[in-house]
Each structure stands twice: as structure tokens, then as C-alpha cells.
Design a protein. Structure first.
Length: 543
């Protein structure tokens, strides 16, 4: 999902009732495949649907299962009403209350059995499936599930750890085209002016990523990126602008695959949409707000961010809501990486400086750790810590480990947890395995403890300019940080002396011999370390 600075005004519109400590689901059974048949109409916002839920029994004595599904609100007339539940030819009894659908099984099935139930239901979605009109006044239908709004229109276990494969079969007026997760299976046009479109996603994904987009689309098929089909879906009146804006997707994909390995899904479709957020990383089917289609390629950062999510957030998903930095912090890091790779060091420096200032301001206000289990409203997780601080922590980790071990560790982490879920400790273990370094302290101080170091430092030379003395003091009120910034001594014609420091106490003094007095001295000029130097003093020379 795109950065929180674009979401603040939108979040205020969302009744953030979902809780970060929500139950991740039962242990006795788990869904492994969903099959949704959705009928859409231009004459009403009411949808008719049949959901097939394939699940496996993990325990004995399972008599009933419960799914998340928004029930009917009689005051608004919105919500889903279940009409029947079947297991093969058998009708099953069920009970619907508020946001839960409880289904009574026909008998006790053995542990390990795989069972499919079919749920027939209908209703006007209160959320999740956004039925509205786009900026041109045309009717559109878009899934918009983050964080746990899939169950406003689909019967699911609505938690990122409950991943499954999914098929969508959408029947709609033939004036529309339908895009969804995975691979296009078929398009059947009937005599009644309606079309049935089938999509199949064969990679397990979280329910927040299971979507459809139904609108009048212009579709462009771009050259494959390392064999990955790349598609652009935009509104016809935006086709020239959108095709130009989204053409950079191939460049982004090529860069990421060079460093991370093969793209994890069947295609990469970039879709103009009329939804709530600036960008949403739906697996293989990324939605971008219609406001970002300008024909000026002003959305490159968002494209880089959302495509990075396909590896981190979609393929490897956070195990619980509190771990969201494993999704958003990673995507923000890769957005920075793309910017530096394409636009250069100066552009990256501006971004890093801005991110640091955002982290400092947020910490003064909230003073919360990166992983914060105390957050109870899911939308509150879309904060500076999850995005900007998460990205800066990864940058510090690259500095600590070195380029090779860092990227080897990222690839190991993705490969080990691909198609699954991970915790922060899982990521740490992968980075430790590749680097052969103990990173427990690093993760404790940057992920699980709030704050950041504030440094006051001075330097001076002696012995005719051949002696260099450095004094550093950590000024923050909180705990002492261990950091390893680069100290660079600059001489004429870009000659430098670089020394990697190891600062682990409140006061640090170092001294060493140098060949000559430097023209200037800078601490961490490439902004590898999340630290504030606003109390920095200029260097002093003896008279």
C-alpha cells in the first residue's frame, strides 16, 4: 500500500473498528482454496454470489466451522444474507450473526479430510467491494479489502495468515472488462449481453489481496519482464496517459528480479481504479487511484512501492497485523532503492533526509517501537514507523552486514517463507544465517524499542595536522544505541579517508594518526544511520 502521507485524510473516513489483536482463526481447520462466482448488474448494487470454500481438517471432533462475513444491517439495508449452504448434495444448517457465519457440518469427519462447502448469498456490500462511478462518471466495481474488509462481500477467514488460492468467476454486462488475481482462464460472451470472465490465482494469498476490478478498461500488454506478462488496465479516456505512466513497470520488475529472483505471480497488472487508497498491492493485480494517472509519470515511486509488495507483503506476508513493517517497510525500502538506482544519489539523499525528519517528528509524538502490539485499530498501523522507519532500519541493516550478505539474506528470507507468513524473528534468523552475525541487539534497539540516537560531536587536529581526535556524545534521554556510522575526512580533489566507527556508549572518544589536516569532516554523509545530528559542532583546528 502506498505511503501513509497520502492516506491520512482517507483513514479518517474509515470507521477503523478492526482490531490489531484480532483472532487469527481456528487451529482445527484451515481453508486452502476459495472459489467465488459473482453476478453484477447495472440496475442494482446488489450482488448475487456462490462461494466455494475448500478446507482441511487439522483436528478431530470438528462439528462446525465459522467464517467472517458481514451480515445484513436492517437500518441501512446493506450486508450479506446467506440463503443456503451445501456440502455436495447435502443441505447444511447454518447460523448468521453480525459478522460471522457458522456452519454445522453433516457429521464428524476424520482428521486430515478435505471438505468443500458452497455458500449461496446475496446483498449490497457495505464495504470491501466498492461500487461507484469513476472520475468520468462511468460505473465501476473494485475490490478494496485492506485490512480486513474482504468479509464485507466474501465469506472468508479474514486474516493475513490464512492464505489460500482463489478463483473468481464474474458475470457482468458485456460493456465491462474484468481483471483479477492470477491468470485469465476464459471469457464467455452470451446472447443476453452479458459476459462471464474467469481468473485463477494458483499462489496462496491473503484475503486482503483477493480482488476483482470491473470497469470499461483499455488494456495494453507490454513486453514481458524476464518472462513475466506485464499489463496496463486504464480507463479508455486515460489510455494515452495511463499507458505512458505504467510503462515503467517493466523497468521496475527487471531491477527487482535482478536482485531478488523470479517474480512470484503469474502476471503483473497495473490497474487504474476508483478505490480508497493511493495504491493497493493486490497480488498480480495492483490497483492505483485514478488521481495518480496524469501522463507525467509522477507515480513512479508508487509503482516501485506496490510492485515490491509482490515479493514482500503478498508472497511473504506478515504473520500478524503487528508485523506490518515486514510488508510496508520493505516496500518503502525498495521504493528508495529504485529511486537511487534510476534517479541517482542526490535524489535518494533528499528522500532519506525527509524520511528521517518524519521519523523524528513521529517519535516525539508517539514514542512507540517499530513493532507495536499495543496498537488496537488496524488503520493506525499505517504510520511513519511501519513505512519510513521500517525502510531506514533495512538500510541500516545493509550498512551493518555489507551489500552481499544483506541481499543474500533477503533472498534467503523470501525463498524460505515464499507463499507463506513470517514474523520479525524469522527475518532476523535469515539475516543472521547469511551474515554469521548475531543481530539480536540490532533488532531489539531498532524494532522493539522506541527512540533514536541524537549525537553531539566535535573533532580537532594536533601535531601539525597529523593527529585526529574525535568526541561523540549521545544526547537522547532514552537508552544508549550501538551504531556504526562512517566518519569521512575530505581532502582536495575528492580524496577521502573513511573510518567505520563502533559507538556503543554514552560518550565516545577516539584518536588516530592521519597524513594531513583534512579540508572537512562529515559523520554519516550517506545517511546510513537513523540518527539526529542537529547538535553537531564544526571541527576545530589548533592555531
Amino acid at each position: 500500500m502506498s505511503r501513509p502521507r497520502k492516506l491520512i485524510f482517507l483513514i479518517l473516513l474509515v470507521p477503523a473498528l478492526a482490531r490489531a489483536d484480532s483472532d487469527p482463526g481456528p487451529r482445527e481447520w484451515k481453508p486452502f482454496h476459495y472459489r467465488f462466482r459473482i453476478l453484477l448488474s447495472d440496475s442494482t448494487n446488489r450482488i448475487q454470489a456462490i462461494a466455494g470454500v475448500d478446507f482441511k481438517l487439522l483436528g478431530r471432533g470438528v462439528r462446525e466451522i465459522s467464517l467472517d462475513l458481514d451480515g445484513l444491517d436492517t437500518a441501512t439495508g446493506k450486508g450479506m444474507v446467506v440463503h443456503s449452504v451445501r456440502l455436495g448434495e447435502k443441505e447444511l444448517s447454518f447460523f448468521q450473526a453480525r459478522e460471522r457465519l457458522t456452519i454445522r457440518l453433516d457429521r464428524l469427519h476424520p482428521k486430515g479430510d478435505s471438505i468443500r462447502v458452497e455458500i449461496s448469498y446475496s446483498g449490497i456490500p457495505s464495504d470491501g467491494l466498492i461500487i461507484s462511478r469513476n472520475k468520468f462518471g462511468d460505473r465501476t466495481f473494485f475490490g478494496d479489502n485492506w485490512p480486513d474488509r474482504a468479509h464485507d462481500w466474501l465469506p472468508v477467514l479474514d486474516h493475513p495468515s490464512r492464505k489460500a488460492t482463489v478463483d473468481f468467476e464474474v458475470e457482468a454486462p458485456s460493456t465491462y472488462r474484468v481483471v483479477s488475481n492470477g491468470r485469465l482462464e476464459s471469457i464467455l460472451r452470451g446472447d443476453s449481453g452479458r459476459t462471464i470472465t474467469r481468473w485463477k490465482e494458483s499462489v496462496p494469498i491473503s484475503t486482503k489481496l483477493m480482488v476483482i476490478g470491473v470497469a470499461r478498461f483499455s488494456v495494453q500488454y507490454l513486453p514481458d519482464a524476464y518472462g513475466v506478462p506485464v499489463e496496463t488496465w486504464v480507463y479508455p479516456r486515460d489510455s494515452l496517459k495511463g499507458d505512458y505512466d505504467f510503462a515503467v513497470a517493466g523497468k521496475v520488475l527487471n531491477l527487482y528480479q535482478k536482485y531478488l529472483g523470479p517474480f512470484p505471480f503469474e502476471k503483473c497488472a497495473n490497474v487504474e481504479s476508483t478505490t480508497r487508497y493511493g495504491g493497493m498491492e493486490n497480488a498480480s493485480c495492483i490497483f492505483y487511484t485514478e488521481k495518480e494517472v496524469t501522463g507525467k509519470r509522477a507515480n513512479q515511486a508508487t509503482i516501485a512501492h506496490e510492485i515490491a509488495h509482490q515479493w514482500f507483503g503478498d508472497d511473504v506476508s506478515e504473520a500478524d497485523w503487528s508485523q506490518i513493517w515486514l510488508s510496508e517497510g520493505f516496500a518503502e525500502f525498495f521504493e528508495d532503492f529504485y529511486t537511487g538506482s534510476v534517479f541517482g544519489k542526490d535524489s535518494l539523499a533528499q528522500i532519506l533526509s525527509r524520511q528521517k525528519k518524519m521519523v523524528f517528528a513521529y517519535d516525539r509524538k508517539e514514542h512507540a517501537p517499530l513493532v507495536d502490539p499495543s496498537i488496537t485499530r488496524l488503520n493506525d498501523l499505517l504510520n511513519v514507523n511501519s513505512y519510513q522507519k521500517g525502510a531506514l532500519v533495512l538500510r541500516m541493516l545493509e550498512h551493518r552486514l555489507g551489500e552481499k550478505d544483506f541481499w543474500d539474506g533477503l533472498r534467503l528470507y523470501h525463498e524460505k517463507y515464499r507463499h507463506g507468513n513470517a514474523w520479525t524473528k524469522d527475518f532476523r534468523h535469515c539475516m543472521e544465517q547469511e551474515s554469521h552475525k548475531n543481530l539480536k541487539r540490532f533488532f531489539r534497539q531498532w524494532v522493539h524499542v522506541s527512540g533514536y540516537p541524537v549525537l553531539s560531536w566535535t573533532w580537532k587536529t594536533g601535531k601539525g595536522g597529523h593527529r585526529f581526535d574525535l568526541s561523540i556524545h549521545q544526547m537522547q534521554a532514552g537508552p544508549v544505541f550501538r551504531i556504526d556510522p562512517d566518519l569521512i575526512l575530505y581532502y582536495g580533489h575528492q580524496d577521502t579517508i573513511v573510518r567505520r566507527l563502533d559507538i556503543r556508549s554514552r560518550a565516545t572518544r577516539r584518536g588516530w594518526s592521519i597524513p594531513a589536516e583534512p579540508d572537512s569532516v562529515k559523520l554519516d554523509p550517506d545517511q546510513w544511520i537513523l540518527m539526529d545530528q542537529k547538535f553537531q559542532a564544526t571541527g576545530s583546528r589548533p592555531r
